[in-house]
Ligand binder design. Structure first.
Ligand code: ZN
Length: 384
């Protein structure tokens, strides 16, 4: 018997998993295309119905795709259960599979947009459930799967539903991609978005330069000062990631707008720096600035419950030779931020190993399917 098999049980069929993951990746589903995301939701609904799960499909608000929630039949009891967070939206536009990152298998790698982040992980969580079902077994606790339609933009519509489900859960497992060689995630930085808009006074850049008040110049000074607040040791970063302004090379610009991304490790830093951003003052008294925005994903750090959950998973993985490690706090947000910040034991990065999230090199490692599916199966069977 191979050392990585669960004794007295049939092998997990990694090839079956690859075939099905490819079917999920073939349905391209960029966040902004609700029709496409809903096609993916249709597939998820059909597969979850096949698993005997009760489906709740919540129509997307504000133009987003639908949210799918699938519950085991005991999930309506009062017993707090396992909540699984996944998302079915992706970042690459439709057509990526025909051009920039076609679905293909090269050795251990299967390429395709949204494969690693995170269709393979979402599928894997359902496969683990299916595997148990085929053996006539089931998770010890009630299980609720959530398939978000707009995670890649911070789950603005799903957030309230995630928090409502998390409040009822004992454990939250997030099937987001594994990090750096299979590491899981136990803490995530908080993420904030800000927009700064400056309004100056336009003037002819040649004839009336002295009368102009440049909004671009003001924003430029602001950006330098804001980015200088970055403190890597404290884990606080600022990035002016998008900027626009001006109407012509020969006009002193009246308007300028910059989008700023902020990441923080602690809620306190989140509050402190949000305040600093919102209360920025203009250098030029003739230029008005206005800042809007704030934290959209609260930070969470490893809690006692989160640590216990990690240790539980690590021990289960040791039995089949998988040395589970966690990554230092990551700057990337996920829906795990919401449950983690609520203090619900949350283990993230339980998805498939691979690389290239949000790039055209995105792929999964087929060799990670077996050991990580086993991890899911054991978590389902043993968490109580
Ligand atoms: Zn993701």
């Amino acid at each position: 018997m191979p050392s990585d098999s669960i004794p007295n049980e049939p092998e997990i069929d990694a090839e079956e998993m690859v075939r099905n993951i490819i079917e999920w990746v073939e349905i391209e589903s960029p966040t902004s295309d609700a029709v496409a995301v809903n096609r993916m939701a249709d597939k998820v609904v059909a597969e979850c119905q096949d698993l005997g799960l009760a489906i709740e499909r919540i129509p997307g608000e504000d133009g987003w795709g639908d949210l799918v929630i699938a519950r085991s039949e005991d999930a309506n009891t009062k017993e707090p259960g396992i909540l699984i967070l996944t998302h079915i939206d992706t970042v690459q536009p439709i057509g990526t599979i025909e051009g920039d990152n076609p679905i293909r298998r090269e050795g251990d790698k299967v390429y395709g947009p949204g494969s690693y982040d995170m269709k393979a992980g979402a599928y894997m969580s359902t496969y683990a459930y299916r595997y148990l079902q085929r053996l006539g077994r089931k998770p010890r606790l009630p299980v609720t799967f959530m398939f978000m339609s707009e995670e890649e933009v911070g789950s603005p519509f799903s957030r309230k539903h995630i928090e409502a489900e998390a409040a009822k859960a004992k454990y939250v497992l997030v099937a987001e991609p594994a990090r750096d060689g299979g590491k899981v995630v136990v803490a995530r930085k908080g993420v904030a978005d800000f927009v700064m808009r400056a309004t100056g006074r336009p003037a002819h850049a040649g004839a009336m330069h002295q009368d102009g008040r440049s909004a671009i110049k003001e924003v430029a000074r602001q950006i330098l000062e804001i980015e200088e607040m970055t403190d890597y040791e404290r884990g606080v970063t600022f990035n002016a990631g998008m900027i626009k302004g001006g109407t012509g090379i020969n006009v002193v610009p009246r308007e300028c707008e910059v989008h700023i991304d902020m990441r923080v490790v602690t809620p306190e830093d989140g509050e402190e720096f949000t305040e600093k951003l919102l209360n920025r003052k203009s250098h030029d008294p003739d230029v008005e600035i206005e800042v809007t925005g704030g934290l959209n994903r609260p930070p969470y750090q490893m809690s006692e419950g989160g640590n216990a959950l990690f240790e539980f998973a690590r021990e289960a993985c040791q039995e089949h030779g998988l040395d589970l490690q966690y990554t230092p706090i990551t700057g990337g947000g996920s829906d795990g931020n919401y449950s983690g910040a609520m203090g619900i034991p949350t283990l993230d990065g339980l998805g498939v190993d691979g690389a290239g999230a949000h790039t055209l090199d995105e792929h999964i490692l087929v060799s990670s399917l077996l050991p990580r599916t086993k991890m899911w199966i054991k978590m389902f069977e043993r968490l109580e």
